[in-house]
Design a protein around this ligand. Sequence first.
Ligand code: ADE
Length: 224
Amino acid sequence: MHITVVAAIPALLESSLAHSMMQRAQDRGLLQVELVDLRDYGIGNYRRIDDYQYGGGSGMVMMCEPLAACIESLQSEREYDEIIFMTPDGTRYDQAMANELSLRSNLMLIAGHYKGIDERIRETYITREISIGDYVLSGGELPAAVVIDSIGRLLPGVLNDETSALSDSFQDGLLAPPVYTRPEVWNGHKVPPVLLSGHDAKIEAWRQQKAEERTRVRRPDLLD
Ligand code: ADE
């Protein structure tokens, strides 16, 4: 899978791509991430990418020309399945959307800054708008990193234990059950005996029950 990120501050994504699973995904050739600096398409000596908003009001708006030039240049090199704008007024991101996007071959993510991007760019090029939650960040770079991480770990061959993405929270509509590791007794607290029983069916039934309990208590909305 190839993901191109267009950003005002691409460096904000670098460290999240250079470690752990995302590094492994790229090393194995399963994920290719291209970071594009929107300022390379900026206007004039100062490589301007933003301007005041018509009608007044605080906050700058990312201009049409640099974004259009950047998107069209990228489109001339590759056919994108989706051009996605990261924005707090987009559709709320969830595991189902991560699963869906992980099946695409070429994605472009646009990380906005300031007050947002000119509406005409949204109307002309954007196929989907994603919010990672009901709060406002100072730019779309961290949301883009979140989307890349959640997609990247779903690509076949990225996780060592092929089944482990399937037992993640949300993957079956439930939160994940509690997990334990050594020692068997820590500070007087014991690991639930069923997990030491070696009885696979009983362990599976226990995990299912705990996942349901936890979901009912913490996220009853997921059971609706
Ligand atoms: N840009 C700023 N805040 C955001 C959010 N919550 N989701 C996606 N992009 C954003």
